[in-house]
Design a protein around this ligand. Structure first.
Ligand code: SF4
Length: 282
């Protein structure tokens, strides 16, 4: 089978940086308990590699992170995830005598800075329950949440501003912006989505329409990976999300001569190469 490589693939800068920061934390504090506060990046392999190195995961799917943070002991090391975190976590860490290491992506931090001087009311377009949205809204409590899946604005006025979660697609952004423009005369649209996401999404939009199949490598928890699949489907290309080569067997590959292979921003290059090789042998 012919594999059409979709560029870029492998880690984005923010993920690469976050994993390096976590890795260095364990190297610096080899004898202490080092905890990842939430999925540091949304990929099971990337997190498993850190666990093998001896770091512990405090999983947001098991209990609220705040609760898990409050159970840590003096001298424990906490690594904040790439998605950002509520500032009150810092206060809890200080109170408990924890050592803090911050792996927040600079794009996420930039959004919080943009919010400081933004015209009010400020709307935040994001995914409900995502760590990044939750962190932003906790740190900017006067921001009004707009659900990217179904943005509904309930107010009207002269002006407002709009910020978005870093990984939203152009379509989600446009939909949110349009909804706000129906309710406010002037809407200040702030540049809040990250380049890594935009470039990957554009690459899917550039695929020829006769592409037989698109495979996106990434976790079901990865918003930017799921988004790539959605964009592929919207263009009429049969598109699938899989974690690794073990999931190839559930795809309708029979009779296909070529597939386009893409990856989310937190998928390791090793996984990409393994899947590519497996497809080429079909
Ligand atoms: S996808 Fe964008 S926001 Fe997320 S870690 Fe990568 S660079 Fe940062």
């Amino acid at each position: 089978m012919k594999v059409q490589v979709v560029h870029p693939h492998g880690y984005c800068q923010g993920v690469f940086r976050a994993l390096k920061v976590a890795w260095e934390a364990k190297t610096k504090y080899p004898d202490q308990n080092v905890y990842l506060l939430g999925m540091i990046v949304h990929n099971e392999f990337a997190v498993a590699a850190l666990k093998e190195k001896g770091l512990f995961l405090l999983d947001e799917r098991k209990a609220p992170l705040e609760e898990q943070l409050e159970q840590r002991e003096k001298g424990d090391v906490i690594v904040y995830s790439a998605h950002g975190h509520p500032r009150r976590f810092h206060e809890i860490s200080l109170e408990r005598g924890l050592i803090e290491i911050d792996a927040t992506c600079p794009f996420v931090l930039e959004n919080e800075k943009l919010a400081l001087n933004a015209v009010r009311p400020l709307y935040y377009l994001g995914i409900k329950g995502h760590l990044e949205s939750e962190g932003f809204l906790a740190n900017c409590p006067d921001a009004i949440f707009l659900d990217a899946e179904d943005p509904i604005c309930k107010e009207n006025g002269d002006k407002a501003s709009l910020l978005a979660q870093t990984t939203l697609s152009e379509e989600e952004w446009e939909k949110g912006l349009e909804e706000l423009q129906n309710h406010y005369s002037i809407v200040h649209a702030l540049p809040s989505r990250c380049d890594a996401t935009k470039i990957r999404q554009q690459a899917i939009k550039n695929l020829p329409l006769d592409t037989e199949m698109l495979i996106v490598l990434g976790s079901a928890h990865s918003n930017n990976s799921r988004k790539l699949v959605e964009i592929g489907k919207e263009r009429g290309i049969p598109s699938y999300l899989i974690l690794d080569e073990n999931e190839l067997s559930r795809l309708p590959l029979e009779g296909k001569k070529s597939v386009a292979l893409a990856s989310g921003a937190s998928t390791p290059s090793e996984v990409y190469e393994r899947v590519k090789k497996a497809l080429e042998t079909i």
